[in-house]
Design a protein around this ligand. Structure first.
Ligand code: ACO
Length: 421
């Protein structure tokens, strides 16, 4: 296997930062808008609550806080950063990139910037990409960010997806490695044939934003959970083994395993397969749900704050996600965090209760579904169709297409589909 960090210079993680929005949505809150309950969500996923961005908060807002914290930990000024890579499936808008927005906000005046899209594997992909620039000698300081506001692309009336995901951001500063520390192994994988298992169908060039795509809810995340589960269990093992082999290490050498936080059962089964006791596994899915590209750096941030990661330890990062994609990294950690640091946004404290916009969007989603079901029934039995309400032809894979955008107020998502890519 070809090493992903091949050149003479080693690459280390010199600082980590994280950020989550203040609004906490519990499982009981969600039971108010979809047919679910705390026990189902906890036992199937391990999630108790998740963080949700306010309507006016975008991905770059969370990314900026995480990035500033990572730079501070690394002792690096923004104007010393050479490159910014933001991994996200929920950019502020299709372009300019969130990396460029962040570059401006940070005052990282000499940095280049681009976004990278590998869904939940985004942080490991971005880590691998950023490391190459340093290994090759082109750059000395790369800021890698995983940031998401998934709440904005969720259908809050779909219990199969809305209970799983959350918002957050995490960042890492990459620098040339002093001897004895840094990235020891990297592995990335992809299988586009499984792309349909996890997707946001509309908003790109295949299904550009239109009143109809909004009315059919095609700007929201769609997932075949059972198939994604099977894929995750297999690929996490493959990726971890490959990255460890590249480092010349085995699972016995791993001090801390930081998996992508998608489902506690997936985390547990991978740890069992790796023969790693749960004391060596970082789990925070109970409090944040699946924050996609942010999940691993947020978990790293907490592990540093609680003293679970220390200088000299071997840390294994493993991710999987939409694409399908997967990846792993093995890092010999270089520093201790001196004092715990908050994940909260500056000046904010956790705030409980179901946000009103989620309640409203869920009601709109239910109305959309009911409308589709009525149209499907009418198509099956035209005699029962009310006069003047003849349904239009159904779209691909749809029981029926709605006649135009929802009638009441604004559609659930702006027709611009700004998050979609
Ligand atoms: N509450 C109550 N019941 C539910 C809920 C819910 N929130 N969601 C689904 N159900 C129901 C289903 O409708 C189904 O009912 P049915 O049998 O009457 O049809 C039943 O529960 C079982 O559904 P399954 O999908 O088989 O449940 P499973 O045990 O597989 O758990 C889950 C579902 C949690 C989604 C699991 O499959 C999973 O975690 N998959 C991996 C998901 C993942 O990791 N995604 C990551 C990527 S996200 C991203 O990249 C942005």
């Amino acid at each position: 296997m070809r090493p992903l960090v091949a050149a003479g210079r080693g690459v280390t993680i010199a600082g980590i930062g994280g950020c989550v929005p203040p609004s906490v949505v519990t499982n009981d809150d969600l039971a108010q808008v979809v047919e679910t309950d705390d026990e189902w969500i906890r036992t199937r996923t391990g999630i108790r609550e998740r963080r949700v961005a306010d309507p006016e908060t975008a991905t770059s807002d969370l990314a900026e806080v995480a990035a500033r914290r990572a730079l501070e930990e690394a002792g690096v000024r923004p104007d010393q950063v050479d490159l910014i890579i933001v991994a996200t499936v929920t950019p502020d808008m299709p372009f300019p990139s969130t990396a460029c927005l962040l570059q401006d906000r940070l005052g990282a005046v000499r940095a280049a910037g681009f976004d990278l899209e590998a869904a939940c594997s985004g942080f490991v992909y971005a880590l691998a990409a950023g490391a190459q620039f340093i290994a090759a000698g082109l750059y000395d300081t790369v800021l890698v960010v995983g940031a998401e506001t998934l709440s904005k692309i969720l259908d809050w009336s779909d219990r199969r997806t809305c209970v799983l995901l959350g918002d957050g951001a995490g960042a890492a500063v990459l620098r040339p490695a002093p001897p004895g520390e840094g990235i020891l192994g990297l592995y990335l994988g992809a299988d586009g044939s499984g792309g349909d298992l996890l997707k946001q169908p509309a908003g790109g060039s295949r299904l550009p934003p239109s009143a109809e795509t909004v009315a059919r809810g095609l700007h929201f995340v769609q997932m075949n959970g059972r198939e994604v589960f099977k894929f995750a269990v297999k690929t996490m093992g493959d990726a971890a083994q490959a990255a460890l082999a590249q480092a010349g290490l085995g699972f016995d050498d791993v001090d801390l395993y930081v998996p992508h936080q998608a489902n506690y059962r997936i985390i547990e089964s991978s740890a069992r397969r790796f023969d790693l006791p749960l004391e060596r596994v970082v789990v925070n899915i109970d409090r944040y749900g699946n924050t996609s590209a942010a999940s691993i750096p947020v978990a790293l941030d907490e592990a540093l704050s609680t003293g679970r990661i220390r200088a000299g330890q071997t840390v294994l990062l493993v991710a999987f996600g939409g694409g399908l994609t997967w990846g792993a990294a093995v890092v010999r950690w270089g520093y201790d965090r001196q004092a715990p640091r908050p994940l909260e946004m500056p000046g904010q404290r956790p705030r409980y209760g179901l946000p009103e916009w989620i309640r409203r969007q869920a009601a709109e989603g239910r109305a959309r579904r009911d409308g589709r079901a009525r149209l499907a029934a009418a198509a099956a039995d035209p005699a029962a169709s009310p006069a003047g309400a003849a349904p239009r032809p159904a779209g691909p894979g749809e029981p029926g297409a709605l006649p135009g955008p929802p009638g009441r107020g604004a559609p659930p998502r702006a027709a611009g589909g700004g998050d979609a890519r």
